[in-house]
Design a protein. Structure first.
Length: 538
């Protein structure tokens, strides 16, 4: 910890949000009884623990899984999956709809767990509740249609009847990250379950109580317990074992680890979906409403203390509005309240741990040492908690500063001015990543034109990330080094299935028949193919 971190400058900015009297503590929430209830489904013979970023104190003692435990979890899941897959899809979907209601009714329980395990502000924790409820509703309603057998035109119309079926892959191996422990654990598992699969999940140990709470609630909603297995442990130990046994792998995390997961899956010829890193850009065009853009930038950059794969880390502002925008953006950022109370009121919470704090501090201090200017924030706040860092705006950032190109994954955004739209689009695209981007303009047509030129999986016009992510009928995922595959929509459920074509040939075979020799059959088929083209048959 640097001297500036230990004794942050008191500038009157980023005030602490006061905790209400009688506020709940970690001991009030994470009781031995709750831990025993939630961990009863964990396959683990060792012991480990997790901690709260708010204080660094231990939250709970937990089971730890060995490679043998992972194999056992897959054995149990495979046996249960065979029965679950035979359950009618509408019954499986009904489990999701009941889960939807339970999550909303008992959200206070999981909000406490999310905050304690991640350190985020309560409103940011509620984004996870919203996302899981939306996904539950969507797949609870739409899964039967997504999975319904589909009729296709056969090789010979009327004579060949073709049906496309969707078969579950089997047991999905899911590796979930720490930053969104509800949404990126159970939220990704829901379509796998309704498609008829079982899931063996490895949530991050530090945030596993949230995922285990969701498992408990899904079982209460009607999911067979053995269909949802959980293993805990160090990623380098448990992760490869999960990839070794899975019929399909779902991974959310860093690009480096994602490559390793993809290589392990490829060696076994099983599929993967990967949502990886990002260095997301926000473009404020010359005609943008600067007040709305400034407020939107606070949400886009500092939600969950910037520990969000789709948050904004690069901010491009047209020179014509740069001064007005930055004045408003900096004022809003300085006024943000930091806090660790299990209640609404704080605008931002803590980083998750020492590693994130180290990265954020390194990026900021190196940028300042090389000439960048701090417009807001820039220091840690150990007076609030061990991993708090003020929301930070950096001006004058340029290569080779690490913050210019590396993913910070914290409450830090770099500002760049521009005058030419073609050049700024090229700059926004000049990154190995391609996850999310944001465009601000009063001209809708212009916004869509710019959006279409940005090489990211999602683009939000006049907002940072929530509209695209929350539109669950549409696919969400990354281009380039930001990943493979998509969550949400049809792609988000069909990836957990294998397409099976069943072709029923009737009346005559696909071969010479009715006394035709080979030459006559070839002539007949040639005439038939020409006729099908004229009839515009596909």
């Amino acid at each position: 910890m640097t001297e500036s971190q230990a004794t942050p400058e008191k500038t009157g900015t980023n005030p602490t949000a006061a905790a209400p009297e009688g506020a709940r503590t970690a001991a009030d929430v994470v009781t031995p009884e709750l831990v025993a209830q939630l961990t009863r489904g964990v396959v683990g013979s060792g012991r480990t623990a997790n901690h709260t970023p708010f204080t660094g104190d231990k939250l709970a003692d937990l089971p730890e899984s060995t490679p043998e435990d992972v194999a056992t979890a897959f054995e149990r899941a495979r046996a249960a999956q065979e029965v679950w897959a035979k359950t009618p899809v509408r019954q499986r979907a009904a489990v999701l709809l009941r889960f939807h209601d339970l999550v909303l009714a008992r959200q206070a329980e999981v909000l406490d767990l999310i905050q304690l395990e991640t350190g985020k502000a309560r409103l940011h924790a509620h984004e996870e509740v919203q996302a899981v409820a939306v996904a539950s509703r969507h797949y609870g309603r739409k899964a039967p249609a997504y999975l319904r057998p589909k009729r296709h035109t056969g090789a010979v119309p009327t004579l060949t009847k073709v049906t496309e079926l969707r078969q579950p892959r089997g047991v999905i191996g899911q590796i979930a990250p720490w930053n969104y422990p509800l949404e990126l654990s159970v939220g990704d598992a829901l379509p796998a379950f309704v498609a008829g699969n079982a899931v063996v999940m490895k949530p991050d140990t530090e945030t596993c109580l949230t995922a285990l709470w969701a498992r408990d609630l899904l079982i209460e909603a009607g999911l067979p317990a053995e269909v949802f297995q959980v293993v805990l442990g160090e990623g380098p130990v448990v992760g490869p074992e999960l990839v070794k046994h899975a019929d399909y792998v779902s991974f959310t995390g860093s690009t480096r680890t994602g490559r390793e997961v993809a290589q392990g899956a490829a060696a076994r010829l099983v599929g993967v979906s990967l949502e990886l890193g990002g260095k997301n850009a926000m473009l404020v065009l010359a005609d943008a409403d600067v007040d709305k853009a400034a407020a939107g930038a606070v949400r886009a950059c500092f939600s969950s203390a910037g520990q969000l794969c789709i948050s904004i880390e690069r901010l491009y502002v047209h020179e014509a509005v740069a001064d007005a925008f930055l004045e408003r953006f900096a004022a809003r950022t300085k006024a943000m309240r930091l806090g660790r109370s299990l209640a609404y009121g704080a605008d931002m919470g803590s980083l998750v741990g020492e590693r994130q704090l180290t990265t954020v501090t390194r990026h900021v201090e190196e940028a300042v040492a090389k000439g960048a200017t701090v417009l807001a924030g820039g220091v840690a706040r150990p007076d609030i908690g061990p991993y708090f860092f003020e929301p930070t705006i950096l001006d004058g950032v340029e290569a080779p500063m690490a913050v210019c190109t590396e993913e910070t994954f914290g409450p830090v955004v770099s500002v760049y001015r521009f005058t030419d739209e073609d050049e700024v689009i090229a700059q926004a695209n000049a990154t190995p990543y391609g996850l999310n981007s944001s465009v601000w303009t009063k001209d809708a047509r212009r916004g869509h034109e710019v959006a279409g030129r940005l090489r990211t999986g999602t683009v939000n016009i006049n907002e940072g990330y929530a509209p695209a992510y929350g539109s669950v009928q549409s696919p969400m995922g990354g281009m380039k080094d930001s990943g493979l595959g998509r969550r949400h929509g049809s792609e988000g459920i069909l990836k957990y299935t294998e397409a099976q074509t069943v072709a029923h040939q009737r009346v005559m075979p696909m071969a010479p028949s009715f006394g035709m020799d080979d030459a006559a059959y070839a002539k007949f088929m040639t005439t038939s193919l020409s006729l099908m083209k004229k009839l515009r048959l596909k």
